[in-house]
Design a protein around this ligand. Structure first.
Ligand code: NAP
Ligand code: ZN
Length: 346
């Protein structure tokens, strides 16, 4: 990213590793909607910043205090890489790591150069890298770094219980992982909102019981009608400021609304108080950024190894070669209707 709305290649020095850090070269990377969002200035006016935060890589250099990794090791890199010695992280806030500043555990792109580079820097290598297992596909591994972690985090925040009725706004890759996670958590009904046919087919495969089009009629009426009333939980993984208003109309008293959608700096969330029971409904709003570190990846990998989910199915466009990162990024930005998610094998 050269400047806002101006994406192209940048020449930079190879990064260097501090004592706890590692330098990696990418094996496989994927662009995220959050990269495109940042490139358009949605998170602030970044300049001369290398994009990309979803990667499987090979270690090329480690700092003097790194114990568990050496050059040549292949690793999965959580897109959130906290400094584990920070007191805020030790209090359990690994995603919003420093002084509880939103997203501060997310260093790639927002605080330093990302992974769409010949070499990239990972802080706290021992805490943030997970060895690439031999018994899962590269595609499944790549999708743990952000999409699966985020979609499943939305489910964790929604506290889905057996038999819950759940609405998932959005069936892009994040929403699809929220559908898959809800099904694993035991949801009884999953109403998934979106229109792209490939995404709708995969949503059904991952466990959606009904697909709702936001382009055909009022989604609130459609779901209230199908569910014969309000639902227990709503996950927001797509949509806009208006989605919060709709989510409130859909959620029963004592329910939970769990958002992982990356809103824009210009978005305003506005809703009439009666929708929130004049503040008395006990409906909880949760916002969530995906958790960081190697342990998180280990847990997600276990679900893949047990055959409970195949997140690699999200990747329906494959590019080969480092130079193709630019094309994959543009595809993610333009989102052709048959796209779920592109990736690049380096
Ligand atoms: P995406 O591919 O653009 O998917 C968005 C989904 O929302 C699509 O299914 C779209 O349907 C649907 N949608 C659009 N307008 C809607 C509306 N008015 N009502 C209901 N649904 C609507 O995006 P993604 O890659 O899955 O990412 C989703 C969000 O998660 C992004 O904001 C991304 O930045 C964010 N994210 C957050 C985290 C985190 O840790 N919190 C991490 C990664 C990504 P159609 O395709 O049919 O239009
Ligand atoms: Zn992302």
């Amino acid at each position: 990213m050269i400047s806002v709305n101006n994406v192209g290649w940048i020449e930079k020095e190879k990064p260097t590793a501090g004592p706890l850090d590692a330098i990696l070269k990418p094996i496989a990377v994927a662009p995220c909607s959050s990269d495109t969002h940042v490139s358009h200035g949605g998170a602030g006016p970044f300049e001369n910043r290398i994009l990309g935060h979803e990667s499987v890589g090979e270690v090329v250099e480690v700092g003097s205090a790194v114990k568990n990794f050496k050059p040549g090791d292949k690793v999965i890199v959580n897109c959130v890489t906290p400094d584990w010695e920070s007191p805020v992280v030790q209090d359990g806030f690994d995603n919003n790591a420093h002084d509880a500043v939103s997203m501060s555990g997310f260093k790639f792109v927002t605080q330093k150069d990302g992974v769409f580079a010949e070499f990239y820097h990972v802080n706290n290598a021992d805490g943030n890298l997970f060895p690439l297992p031999e018994d899962i596909s590269l595609e499944d591994a790549l999708m743990t770094t952000d999409m699966m972690s985020t979609g499943f985090h939305a489910v964790e925040n929604a506290e889905i219980k057996y038999g819950d009725t759940v609405v998932v706004f959005g069936i892009g890759p994040v929403g699809l992982m929220a559908v898959a996670g809800s099904a694993i958590a035991g949801a009884g009904k999953i109403y998934a909102i979106g229109t792209r046919p490939n995404c709708a087919a995969l949503a059904r495969e991952y466990g959606a019981t009904d697909i709702i089009s936001y382009k055909e009629g009022n989604i609130v009426d459609q779901i209230l009608d199908l569910n014969k009333g309000q639902v227990d939980k709503v996950i927001i993984a797509g949509g806009n400021g208006e989605s919060f208003n709709q989510a409130l109309q859909l959620t029963r008293a004592n329910g939970i609304i769990s958002n992982v959608n990356f809103l824009d700096v210009t978005d305003v969330i506005n809703f009439p108080a009666p929708l929130w029971g004049l503040g008395m409904s006990n409906v909880t709003f949760k916002s969530g950024f995906c958790p960081g570190g190697a342990r998180r990846i280990e847990r997600l990998v276990r679900l893949i190894q047990a055959g409970r989910v195949k997140p690699g199915k999200l990747l329906n466009y494959k590019f080969e070669g480092f130079d193709k990162i630019e094309e994959a990024f543009k595809m993610m930005d333009e989102k052709p209707r048959d796209l779920i998610k592109p990736y690049v094998l380096i």
